[in-house]
Structures are given as C-alpha cells and as structure tokens.
Write a protein that binds this ligand. Structure first.
Ligand SMILES: [Zn+2]
Length: 455
C-alpha cells in the first residue's frame, strides 16, 4: 500500500476520534501490557502519533510546535495556500499550486522564497501541502518491479519513462521516494515498496554483542503501524529513553509489547529497532527496515535511523543499561559506518524531550564522549607495534619471522633514534583489548616489547 493513501486514511480516523475526544481520552491514555500476570503498562515512546496528543490513531503534526530545524525540504502546494510573514503571524498574500523549496522549519511552518525573491512562511497541512524531507545518499538500491520516473518526488510529477527491475544508485531519499541514477545515466525520482538497499545486514548471528546478551524478537510483517517493511539503509542512530520507570518495564517487556502490537490492531504508530536494559539487548525490527520512533513522519529520523530505547525500569540498574547501550551503539557505528556526529537524540528529529534522562543531565556531548570511549575500546582498529630493533638487518629478519608465523601484513619504520626501527602491522585488529591480546601473544612468543596503536 502506498503511504500517501494510508496517511489519508489516518487523517479521517484522526478527525473521527477528535469528534469524540471527551469519550476517548480517558480510555486511551495508556496501553496495558497483557502478556504476564504482573501487568506493566507500556506506553511506547516516540512513535508516529506520540507528539502533542495521547489520542491513538491521530497523526498529529509531525513535530513539536517550537521545533526549529535546518534541512532540505520540498513542499508541493496542491491548492492555493496562504503566505505568512512569520509562523502563526499575519497573512501576506497567497500562491497558486507550485513546488517550493525550503531550508528551514519552525514546527510545521516552512520558510520559502517566492518568485520576487522575498521570503514567506507556509504552513504544512497534508490536505493542501505535501512535504518531502530530502536526505542525501549514495547507495545501491535494487528495484524489484517496474517503476515510473518522476521529475519531482510527488505523484503529480510522473513522466511516461519507465524503468525495469534493476540495480540503481540512490542519490537522495525523501520518505518512500528515491532520486536515482541508472547505470545508463538516467536520473529521476521513483517510489516503490518493492526495493531493497544492497548490502545492509538485517541482524547479527552472535548471541552477545561485546559481552551483552543479544536476542532477536523480530516482529512479523503485516502491520504497517509496527513494522512498515520500508527499505532502509541506516545513516543515523537515534537514542531514546523509554520514559517508563515502572517495575518490570525492561527490554523483554517492551519486546513482548511490540510483538503483541504487531499481531494485533494497535492504534499507535510506534516501533523501534532495539530495547536495551541492564541485562540484555533485544532487537525488534530488521536493520534494513525503518520503524516509527523519531516523530518526524517520513523524515530522515524514521526513514534513515536505527532506534534504540534505553530502559529505565525501577528494578533495573540504569547506569548498566546505558553502558550496554553504548556498547551496542559503538558496535552499530562500526558495522554501518555511522560517525559519532550521526548518533543523535530523539529530540533532534521532533523536539521531544527524549532521551529525557540523558538530556536531563544537561549535556548530549558528554554522552557522545562516553560513546566514543566505548568505540575506541571495542570497535576502533588498532595496529600491533614492536619495540626497537638495532639495525635494518635485525628488524627485517624479525619482520620476516612475524609475517611467516602470523600471516599478518606488516612493515617497519624508524623509531626516531638513529639506526633503531620498529615493526608496525598493516593488518589491523578491531578493539583495543583484542589488539592488546595479539600484542601479548607476540611478546610471549618472541620476548619483544610490544604495544598497540590506533590505526
Ligand atoms: Zn524517544
């Protein structure tokens, strides 16, 4: 099913629910977990409908009203829409249907440049204005069905050109639209749910990630509010706190909750990839598919990031849960080549105060520093380095032995002292501790002084 259609359905549902708000609110305020005798209420954090409304099924506006963000946005106003001098300010003219680009948003207001070169604000309202949040990519996508090329990422811009199933390069993504280039050089926007990014691992085979127990409880396909099945190549990692301190609200409880939601008929659009507590990591969604956790609708948060919920259940050790989360984050950073600058708080996408515990400490950067330390210890690449050998003949002979005995690639360099050289491996080892164990092995075998160096 196309998301555009699905959104319209949701709009209708939202209106219907709004009409009966007085009746609905109390009974929908929380979703009880019913998989255990010791019932714990799980209210999912951050889903598509979580912003500004506790009414399930109501897709409220994508982001918080005071949220500010620079980005690359395309707006297509299908009807005549009003222009404003400021967000929520005075009206200042209107424009005929056209496409507008914007690089700044304030809540659901977008700053656009109009034909005379001046700037105005336009209000994003799905009925009158379609929005695309453009994310730059350079990834291979396999199209699994025929698709029409569009000159812009809106249905109205369809051309008569059609592509057969093939592998293409994605240069930009906007929700379920991809700006692609074919091997033959043809470019254009396409949309299809039958496409997969190439080379993206969905999950891992190990039963632990850096010593933390790792389990998969992947929810079944079939319920787009929990598992939309939309192809993703993760470019970001989004961090959340569950905001649920109830006893028992741990990773397993959240996993059971999502499983029940996926198999049932939930009113909420909410799902994420991992929940981490003080004991384990549980995965809920494949990492080549997106979830609903960032609150930015079909923006780069939901459509391009791995969502990690850190549990804060009162019967758990929260500091340990965060430590386990850092290990998972660092592991994912290396596996998916995601830089620390793209490990972001949920707040980055929608303005929500999440992860509230980490943000409440007042500094996202201190969390990033801690993640970097974990990365250096567990995931960074290191070379093994020897102490000094006097003379080229000695170091060359030692180098030959080392390469023959280990199969490693290595070279030697000057230590800075005259005629003293040391061996440095060009083969690298993942994680400081692992590299140190290799260095220790060399030391025990040859008696050489050894160390490791970050590659
Ligand atoms: Zn969140």
């Amino acid at each position: 099913m196309q998301l555009a259609g699905c959104k319209k359905d949701m709009k209708k549902t939202a209106q219907n629910i709004l009409l009966s708000t007085a009746i609905a609110v109390g009974s929908f305020a929380a979703v009880p977990y019913n998989g255990s005798a010791a019932s714990v209420t799980i209210v999912p954090d951050g889903g598509k409908d979580q912003i500004g409304s506790a009414i399930p099924g109501a897709i409220t506006k994508s982001v918080y009203a005071n949220f500010e963000k620079n980005g690359a946005y395309l707006l297509y106003n299908k009807n005549i829409v009003s222009l404003y001098k400021t967000p929520n300010g005075t009206k200042d003219g209107s424009i005929a249907p056209q496409m507008l680009s914007s690089s700044k948003r304030h809540g659901d207001w977008f700053l656009v440049t109009i034909s005379d070169g001046s700037q105005r604000w336009v209000y994003y309202d799905d009925a009158a204005v379609e929005l695309r949040d453009i994310d730059t990519k350079n990834d291979k996508l396999t199209l699994q069905e025929d698709v029409y090329l569009h000159t812009n990422p809106f249905a109205a811009y369809q051309t008569t050109a059609k592509l057969a199933p093939q592998s293409v390069t994605v240069l930009k993504q906007a929700g379920d639209w991809f700006y692609i280039q074919t091997a033959a050089g043809q470019k254009g926007w396409v949309t299809t749910l039958k496409a997969k990014y190439e080379g993206v691992t969905a999950s891992f085979t190990a039963d632990a990630i850096r010593g933390v127990t790792y389990k998969k409880m992947i929810v079944p396909l079939g319920n787009e509010r929990v598992r939309p099945g939309l192809t993703m190549k993760p470019k970001y990692i989004t961090i959340h706190n569950t905001a649920n301190a109830a006893v028992g609200a741990n990773a397993l409880m959240h996993a059971n909750y999502l499983m029940n939601q996926a198999k049932g008929a939930p009113d909420r659009w909410a799902s994420w990839h991992f929940t981490v507590d003080d004991k384990q990591v549980i995965q809920h969604l494949p990492l080549n598919e997106s979830g609903w956790h960032a609150g930015d609708d079909e923006g780069a948060g939901n459509r391009g990031s791995i969502g990690i919920e850190i549990a804060e259940n009162a019967d758990g050790n929260y500091a340990k849960a965060e430590e386990n989360a850092r290990k998972l984050i660092a592991y994912l950073m290396r596996e998916y080549n995601i830089p620390l600058s793209r490990v972001v708080p949920h707040q980055n996408w929608s303005g929500k105060d999440c992860p509230h515990i980490i943000l409440g400490r007042g500094s996202w950067s201190s969390f990033q520093t801690a993640v970097q330390k974990t990365y250096d210890v567990n995931e960074a690449r290191y070379r093994v380095v020897t102490g000094g050998f006097v003379g080229k003949a000695a170091v060359e002979s030692a180098l030959a032995r080392l390469k023959k005995d280990t199969g490693w690639q290595a070279t030697y360099e000057s230590t800075g002292q005259p005629n003293v050289y040391r061996i440095v491996t060009t083969t690298t080892f993942i994680g400081q501790a692992y590299a140190q164990s290799k260095a220790a092995w060399v030391k025990s075998r040859y008696g050489w002084w050894m160390t490791v160096r970050k590659a």
